[in-house]
Design a protein around this ligand. Structure first.
Ligand code: SAM
Ligand code: SF4
Length: 469
C-alpha cells in the first residue's frame, strides 16, 4: 500500500521554486480529479511564499467546487482514557501515572451527548483509549444508547483498530465514519513511538481500513499525527493510503485529519524525540491545501489542537470540517460528576479537567466559531444527511468529484443552520447569522430545491426538527 522507497525518492532534491512546473499541476487540480503522488510531491517541496499562496488559493477554489462554502462542525466525546499502549506522545499512555483514569458509564456518555446536542451539535466523534474492558461491546452499547436517548444524528468513532467481526458490530450499531490515524507511516519512527502494547503492530494498524471496508464501512477516516516524522513523507503516504482505498473499493478516504502534536501530560521525558519534526503553521497550511488538491472529495478536518487565528486561515486553504468547543477528557463537557461514575471516582481523584489527552488551543463557543466561519465567507453546517440517505462511500466519492454534492449540501446546511439559530439563538450575532441564511437562500438557483427549502424553513419555524433534502 505504501511504497516507502518510492515516496522517499519523490521527495529527494532541493526545494521546488519553479512556477512553470507548478502551473500545470494546479490547472489539473482544478478538474477535481486529484493529484498523482509525483504532483503532490512537487507541491510538498514548494517553500516559496508566492507559490504557496497560489497553492492555497487553488485549494480554496477546489473546496468551493466540491463542497461550496459550507464548513461542517462536530465535537469529540471522550469515553475512556484507560489505555494499555505506551505511545510516547499521548497523555493517555499506560505509563502516565499522573493521569487520573476514567471510563464513562453508558448513562454518563448519554448525558455528555445530550449536553452536546443542547449546544447544537448533531454529529459526534466518540474517542477512546485502547483497553479490552472498554472495547467494541462498550462502544457499540454507548452508540446505541446515544442514538436512542438523545437527538444526536450521526456518531463517528475514533478508537483502536479492531478485527472484522468487531468492526461489523460497530457498523451494525450505526456508526458513520470509522477513524484511525496511522500516526506515522514511517516504520522505524512508528516503532520508536509505540514501544509497548498492541499498537506496536504497524501492519495491524495500517490494514484496519481494509478490514473496516470488508466489515461494511463506507466512510473511512485517516490521518497522520503531524510532528512525529518528516511531514512530507507522512503526507504523501496518507495520500497513497487514500488512493489505495480508491483503487480497491472505489472510495477515497472520507476524511483526512491533520492532527498536530500538542503538549500532553507525562510526555516531557520524550521531549527530544517529540520535537525533532515539529510542523510550522505555514507547513500546516500547505498540508491542508495539498490534501484538498490531492483528494478533493475528502473532508479535511481541523481540530481545536490549533489556535483560533490559524483555524481561520485554514478555512482559506481547503479545510472543510472543524471541531468546536471541544474537551479531550472523559466527562469534559461537565454533564456528569466524576464521583457519580459507576467505574468509581477517577483514579487519582482529581477533577475532569486533568483527565485530558492533550491540551486544546481554541476554547471558543460553538456560536463564536460559527460567527468566524460566516465572517470568512463560509456557511457553518450541522448537516448529517449524507450518512442517513446513503450518499456514502463510492457513491459519495463519485457525486462529489463531479461537483454534484454542492446543491444538496448548500440547501441542507442552510436548513441545519436555521434549526441551530432557533434552538440556540446566537445572541449578539443574530444579524450576522440572518444575513448568512438569507444570502444562502438567495444563492439557490434550482427552483424545485428552492421551493422545498422555503417549505422546510417555514416548518422549522413552526417547531419541526431535522428537515433535509
Ligand atoms: N486510542 C486510539 C488510537 O490511538 O488510535 C484512538 C483515540 S486517540 C485518543 C486519537 C488520536 O489522538 C491518536 O490517533 C493521535 O493521533 C492523537 N493524539 C495522541 N496524542 C496526541 C497529542 N499529544 N497531540 C495531538 N494529538 C494526539
Ligand atoms: Fe492510547 Fe491512543 Fe493515546 Fe496511544 S494515542 S496512548 S493508543 S489513547
Amino acid at each position: 500500500m505504501i511504497n516507502s522507497k518510492y515516496i522517499e525518492r519523490l521527495l529527494e532534491g532541493p526545494a521546488e521554486s519553479d512556477a512553470e512546473k507548478l502551473s500545470p499541476v494546479l490547472d489539473e487540480a482544478k478538474g477535481l480529479k486529484g493529484l498523482s503522488l509525483e504532483q503532490a510531491a512537487l507541491l510538498l517541496k514548494t517553500e516559496d511564499p508566492a507559490l504557496l499562496a497560489r497553492i492555497h488559493a487553488c485549494a480554496e477554489r477546489v473546496k468551493q467546487r466540491v463542497f461550496g462554502n459550507r464548513i461542517v462542525l462536530f465535537a469529540p466525546l471522550y469515553l475512556s482514557n484507560y489505555c494499555v499502549n505506551s505511545c510516547l506522545y499521548c497523555g493517555f499512555k499506560s505509563g502516565n501515572k499522573e493521569l487520573p483514569r476514567r471510563a464513562l458509564t453508558k448513562d454518563e456518555a448519554v448525558a455528555e451527548a445530550r449536553t452536546l446536542v443542547a449546544m447544537g451539535f448533531k454529529r459526534v466523534l466518540l474517542v477512546a483509549g485502547e483497553d479490552k474492558r472498554y472495547g467494541t461491546d462498550y462502544i457499540a452499547g454507548i452508540v446505541r444508547a446515544i442514538y436512542k436517548e438523545t437527538g444526536m444524528r450521526i456518531i463517528h468513532v475514533n478508537a483502536a483498530p479492531m478485527d472484522i467481526k468487531e468492526l461489523s458490530e460497530l457498523k451494525a450499531a450505526g456508526v458513520g465514519v470509522y477513524q484511525v490515524f496511522q500516526e506515522t507511516y514511517h516504520r522505524p519512527t512508528y516503532e520508536k513511538m509505540h514501544p509497548g502494547g498492541p499498537k506496536k503492530d504497524y501492519d495491524y494498524r495500517i490494514n484496519v481500513m481494509e478490514r473496516a471496508a470488508e466489515a461494511g464501512f463506507e466512510d473511512l477516516g485517516i490521518g497522520t499525527l503531524l510532528g512525529l516524522y518528516d511531514y512530507r513523507f507522512d503526507v504523501l503516504s496518507t495520500i497513497a493510503h487514500s488512493r489505495s482505498l480508491f483503487k480497491r473499493y472505489g472510495m477515497h478516504a472520507h476524511t483526512i485529519s491533520i492532527p498536530r502534536l500538542r503538549p500532553a501530560s507525562g510526555t516531557t521525558g520524550d521531549a527530544e524525540a517529540l520535537n525533532a519534526h515539529s510542523v510550522s503553521d505555514s507547513e500546516l497550511k500547505k498540508i491542508t491545501a495539498i490534501y484538498r488538491l490531492s483528494v478533493p472529495t475528502a473532508g479535511v478536518v481541523v481540530t481545536t489542537r490549533e489556535p483560533e487565528e490559524l483555524r481561520r486561515e485554514l478555512l482559506h486553504a481547503g479545510a472543510s470540517q472543524l471541531s468546536a468547543a471541544s474537551r479531550t477528557s472523559p466527562g469534559g463537557y461537565g454533564s456528569t460528576r466524576p464521583e457519580q461514575s459507576e467505574t468509581g471516582s477517577p483514579e487519582g481523584g482529581k477533577d475532569a479537567g486533568t483527565l485530558e489527552q492533550f491540551s486544546t488551543n481554541d476554547q471558543r463557543s460553538v456560536t463564536e466559531v460559527m460567527a468566524t466561519i460566516i465572517k470568512e465567507g463560509g456557511l457553518p453546517s450541522l448537516c448529517t444527511t449524507c450518512y442517513r440517505t446513503g450518499r456514502v462511500g463510492a457513491h459519495f466519492t463519485e457525486l462529489s468529484s463531479r461537483g454534484e454534492m454542492h446543491k444538496f449540501c448548500q440547501a441542507n446546511a442552510l436548513l441545519s443552520l436555521k434549526e441551530y439559530t432557533i434552538d440556540n439563538p446566537p445572541n449578539g450575532n443574530a444579524e450576522l447569522f440572518n444575513d448568512a441564511l438569507n444570502k444562502t437562500f438567495d444563492s439557490i438557483k434550482d427552483k424545485e430545491i428552492k421551493d422545498s427549502v422555503t417549505q422546510k424553513l417555514k416548518a422549522l419555524e413552526k417547531g419541526k426538527k431535522d428537515l433535509y433534502l
